[in-house]
Design a protein around this ligand. Structure first.
Ligand SMILES: CC(=O)N[C@H](C=O)[C@@H](O)[C@H](O)[C@H](O)CO
Ligand SMILES: CC(=O)C(=O)O
Length: 311
């Protein structure tokens, strides 16, 4: 396959630019204080990549993150159980720190037991790796409550270590925490604009798209929460909400996230892949103005060529 730049515009626009991943590791660690990476998920368009591409992306992150990142968790969910197992086994082979799986979303599991059976088969393909369930009902359409799924899950999936919870149902999330106090599960929250509420409920961490560029601000919120300075933590959360609320009104999704990542880091993320469409110039300009007005972005932060790359 032809992944590297061959000078043809169409190739570089359509293919993954593996060469920037190493740079991006350094950027996240140094500029955002982000040392745990979730690869091939929603933001990484994992489900729009071929299996071969997913393997290569995973390998690049693990290789470039060595001695720099704390944990690299690979999302290996797929519609095909066999492909998911292949990716799980591959994640183990390359030395990833964990795997995560979403519910299959075309032919869907309708009950908790069926979903567990699917997840169990994937987990068994990487028996030495921590396993995380990625709960994102708005995108998968699988609305089985996480609290139900977690009930007795370790008897079925011995490698189960936690949950990435990307939903706004804080009753469900709170009950996941409340009913599993005996376990040492990771409760990773995935709705960035509501993270503070989830921390109150017992979230042990967060995985989200905005940490690519608001990682530093979010870490300040986490530190304030840790120090029990709730009013300062709320200040940070409101600041983050002001930005997310602004972009949500403009239409905010993975494409727009990529444009902002390019803008803030100066590292070209490239356009998304079909069926997504590149964010408009108007979006990027408005987002940039908002970031500046909220003091999330100083002129000094803007790297040369960042506007070029996202235009
Ligand atoms: C649907 C989606 O992409 N969710 C992300 C993570 O799971 C979040 O990080 C959101 O992008 C973020 O909370 C903004 O709404
Ligand atoms: C944002 C996130 O959690 C994902 O890309 O899956």
């Amino acid at each position: 396959e032809n992944h590297r730049n061959k000078g043809k515009q169409t190739d570089s626009e359509r293919e993954i630019n593996f060469s920037v991943i190493g740079q991006y590791v350094d950027y996240l660690v140094k500029e955002q204080g982000v040392k745990n990476i979730f690869v091939n998920g929603t933001t990484g368009e994992g489900l729009s990549l071929s299996i071969s591409e997913r393997r290569q992306v995973a390998e690049e992150w693990v290789t470039k993150g060595k001695d720099k990142l704390d944990q690299v968790v690979i999302h290996v969910g797929a519609l095909s159980l066999k492909e998911s197992q292949e990716l799980a086994q591959h994640a183990a082979e390359i030395g990833a720190d964990g795997i995560a799986v979403i519910a299959p979303f075309f032919l869907k599991p309708w009950t908790k037991d069926i979903l567990i059976n699917f997840l169990k088969e994937v987990a068994a393909a990487a028996p030495a790796l921590p396993f995380y369930y990625y709960h994102i009902p708005a995108l998968t359409g699988v609305k089985i409550r996480a609290e139900e799924l977690l009930d007795g899950i370790q008897d079925k999936i011995p490698t189960f270590r936690g949950l990435k919870f990307s939903d706004t149902d804080l009753l469900d999330f709170g009950q996941c925490v409340d009913q599993n106090r005996q376990q040492q599960f990771a409760f990773l929250f995935g709705v960035d604009e509501q993270l503070l509420s989830a921390l109150v409920m017992g979230a042990t961490g967060a995985v989200g798209s905005t940490y690519n560029y608001l990682g530093k601000k979010t870490n300040q919120m986490l530190e304030a929460f840790e120090r029990k300075d709730l009013s300062l933590a709320l200040n940070y959360q409101f600041c983050i909400q002001r930005f997310i609320n602004f972009v949500v009104k403009l239409g905010f999704g993975v494409s727009q996230t990529k444009a902002i990542m390019t803008l803030v880091s100066g590292i070209p993320m490239g356009p998304p892949r079909l069926p997504l469409q590149k964010a408009s110039r108007e979006f990027t300009d408005s987002a940039e103005a908002k970031l500046k007005s909220l003091d999330f972005l100083s002129f000094a932060d803007l790297k040369d060529g960042s506007l070029e790359a996202s235009s």
